[in-house]
Design a protein around this ligand. Sequence first.
Ligand SMILES: *Cc1c(COP(=O)(O)O)cnc(C)c1O
Length: 396
Amino acid sequence: MSNATQLIHSIPVDEQTGSIAVPIYQTSTFVQEAPGVNKGYDYARSGNPTRATLESIIATLEKGEVGVAFGSGLAAIDAVLKLLQAGDEIIAVDDIYGGAFRLFTHIYEKFGITVKYVDTTKAENVFEAISEKTKLIWLETPTNPTLKISDIAAIAAIAKAHRCLLCVDNTFASPALQQPLTLGADIVVHSATKYLGGHSDLIAGLVVAREKELGDKIKFIQNASGAILSPFDSWLVIRGIETLHLRVKQHSANALEVAKYLQSHPLVDQVYYPGLTTHHNHDIAAKQSKAFGGVVSFTLKTDTAVAATQFVTRTKYFKLAESLGGVKSLLCHPAAMTHKSIPENKRRASGVADSLIRLSVGLEEVEDLISDLEQAFATLQEEAKTSVSYKKLATV
Ligand SMILES: *Cc1c(COP(=O)(O)O)cnc(C)c1O
């Protein structure tokens, strides 16, 4: 795994000027000496030095050959899907990010690409679902919001045996904690909007390919389809990456404390956090990642959306918002927010209960975060004394 020194020094000093910060090349085109004779750049969709620096940094961090930067995480996912053609099949984690589900279903199925969703926490389910048509296996680990863990190395071996590609959405872990390419995956994608950017101030996506040939195909798609990341946003992601190790370490330490606190709270039913030894894939998580990240989810003892709504509007430091991975703590109510478009029974079956609350634990002092949750629980308990819908809460 890359350490902090390697990470910090993967960000180069500008050779021309000595600038210690990466310059922002805010330009659309590059002057040529003669037709086709240039300094490595001709038009800024095809290549921009600021973006190229970010692309080489992320390739180093993920231990791959080629990095490619896009205007959003979904644009990055979209570029990977464009490697496929009509008639191909994808096997995807059933607990997939909602935006990826929407893209697969409403855009790519129309073009003749089919998707089978399986519970990838058991590698044998992937093995059983594979057919001749399978060209891509799509994993997220940990998943959102129930933090399910899949065994990357085991599934990579299955993918290799069947000559199909394995792509891992590494957004929740970040390369500071987990490097899927070293475990046999072919492609990693990121929503750099989350931990890589790290400050809730941009939207960006990244792809890294383990091998050059595959990476070049993705670069071709980037230029052909055009969903590039701007020079300024590339610079912001680079700046975020400078502190990635430090941030993710602290996010993980804070999240573990919060998860333990929640586990001991009488109003809490389930706590989902791969760092807890009670998490049923804790061993795999511990084997393939350095720590367990900053996202913790939990359900309340009364499984009503009303109680969850109450809770998420009573916290002071945990701000009610979608997204995750930033310095400031956030929380959301997936059933009413990120997972609202999923049919109720399908949503509940995948573990997203009506009372499920997802926390993105930030970098505040953990004691302050825990007291914030404590006071939100206290208001719930108060409410429970008078409200019929909270009756069950009052009795615990
Ligand atoms: C946010 C997210 C995405 C989508 O990224 P955007 O930058 O919002 O387009 C993809 N995968 C996961 C796991 C995410 O959390």
